[in-house]
Ligand binder design. Structure first.
Ligand SMILES: Cc1cc2nc3c(=O)[nH]c(=O)nc-3n(C[C@H](O)[C@H](O)[C@H](O)COP(=O)(O)OP(=O)(O)OC[C@H]3O[C@@H](n4cnc5c(N)ncnc54)[C@H](O)[C@@H]3O)c2cc1C
Length: 423
């Protein structure tokens, strides 16, 4: 039992990574669960996954047991029915204690959100809606009843993951299902997932692949012709175990189609915030760097000598700078999660990009400042700061919204209206 006072506005006895605000009962419940799980279990285990570059299976046992795998499965299918803002808040709280767990959990959650609340906001014909309703029922049942885990491989090392070319992985229609061929890189949860939600292009045999023909299909980990390869020894987010996948004439049944034909492409255009789901992990990491800095400068890190460093004005100024940046990140993040919807206005979309960029670049800035002001001893391996620093570097590299591509989009979409061209 906690002895800390409960904030009357939030109903919580801690300040979540997203900040204090009047949460709904569902948000409060899941934020509290995430905080306790992260603080009591994930934080202590994070060094192990990082050191070994191994998948956090023990964390997933806890997540599964406590219902986190079905957080965004709609209530009528047995899930908790969390909406977009609720997921984003809870993910940030998990990221505060283990970045790799939050990031991989995001990949799984996307498979439920894209087919759930996001798909509900995409225009479909009656026939497509009926097809989707039947298929997602099977998909949700696997998660709700069997605790199955989904990965989200879309990267291929080409312009496809940036949304600038069709995916090179193909799906050819055959009797009763699809034949998948191709290769994915950077597939988080490789070797841990039960299903891989693959983005691929329908092979219509006409040699003119079109991004409008993108299919979203799940491949069971046990499918014949499916294999995982490649080394895994990256700088950060080492627990994601994001190796390469190969699909060689992999047959999957029609039921594995996670969205009807043509709907993924529409979805990506209708719901730009679907790519924003990568950012809460890094908001969590930024909070962790800030929390550590305050604790360290106050001489309160458990197991460390109680040396105070807070009396130096330079430290005070750096903490103030970190707080300024963290508050700015949280404010933008919070506004963007509540504004997320199908067909946002131009202003909302630009703010969404700004929020994503602020979090992805800001997390690394905060971790950099944390190490600079805490000093040499703070970056020794037995403390979490150097891991946070390495993990924080990864966010801005993630497609389709890398920091560079966000700037590219923001500049272009500010100066050009849709369809406008220079002569
Ligand atoms: C920790 C982590 C986990 C990941 N997990 C997954 C996962 O589960 N599933 C998955 O699919 N992917 C995942 N990724 C991959 C990620 O989304 C990117 O695809 C990957 O980092 C891109 O690396 P690359 O070297 O192939 O980038 P490249 O495509 O070589 O791009 C390099 C840089 O060039 C810029 N760039 C790229 N394309 C363009 C363009 N058309 N125009 C202008 N600039 C461009 C971008 O800023 C990019 O950062 C993960 C990445 C990380 C770091």
């Amino acid at each position: 039992m906690s002895t800390r006072p409960v904030n009357p506005v939030t109903g919580l006895d801690f300040t979540p990574a997203v900040g204090d605000m009047p949460f709904t009962p569902l948000q409060r419940e899941w934020l509290a669960k995430a905080h306790v799980l992260g603080r009591d279990k994930f934080a202590a285990r994070a060094a192990q996954w990082d050191k070994e570059a191994s998948f956090p299976f023990a964390n997933y046992d806890d997540l599964r047991e406590q219902g986190f795998l079905k957080l965004c499965v709609p209530v009528e299918f047995g899930g908790a029915g969390a909406d977009f803002p609720t997921y984003m808040m809870v993910a940030a709280e998990i990221g505060r204690f283990c970045g790799a767990t939050a990031l991989t959990w995001n990949m799984h959650i996307c498979s439920t959100m894209w087919t759930g609340v996001l798909a509900d906001g995409i225009a479909m014909s009656d026939e497509q809606r009926a097809e989707h309703a039947a298929r997602r029922k099977l998909h949700f049942a696997r998660i709700v009843n069997e605790g199955k885990l989904y990965a989200q491989p879309f990267s291929e090392g080409t312009a496809a993951a940036a949304g600038r070319a069709p995916f090179g992985t193909t799906a050819k229609k055959v009797e009763g299902g699809w034949l998948i061929n191709g290769r994915k890189i950077w597939a988080s949860l490789s070797g841990a997932a039960d299903y891989y939600g693959v983005l691929c292009t329908e092979d219509k045999g006409d040699h003119h692949p079109d991004a409008r023909d993108t299919l979203y299909i799940s491949v069971p980990a046990t499918a014949e012709g499916f294999s995982i390869s490649g080394d895994w020894d990256p700088l950060g987010m080492r627990g994601t175990v994001s190796r390469n996948l190969t699909f060689k004439d992999v047959f999957v049944s029609d039921d594995e189609q996670l969205m009807p034909r043509g709907i993924y492409f529409k979805g990506a255009q209708t719901w730009p915030a679907m790519f924003f789901t990568l950012s809460p992990t890094y908001l969590g990491v930024a909070n962790a760097a800030y929390d550590f800095t305050v604790q360290y400068l106050r001489g309160e890190v458990p197991g460390e000598p109680p040396i105070k460093r807070r009396q130096f004005p330079t430290k005070q100024i750096t903490v103030a700078q970190m707080r300024l940046q963290l508050e700015a990140m949280k404010s933008l993040f919070t506004r963007a999660i509540f504004e997320a919807k199908p067909n946002p206005s131009k202003d909302e979309k630009l703010r969404l990009y700004a929020a994503h960029h602020a979090v992805m670049e800001g997390a690394n800035d905060l971790a950099r400042l944390a190490i600079r002001t805490c000093g040499g001893q703070s970056m020794l391996k037995h403390l979490p700061l150097e891991r946070l620093y390495r993990d924080s570097r990864c966010g801005a590299l993630m497609l389709p919204w890398t920091a560079e591509l966000i700037l590219d989009r923001m500049g272009r979409e500010t100066l050009y209206e849709p369809g406008e061209r220079d002569e």
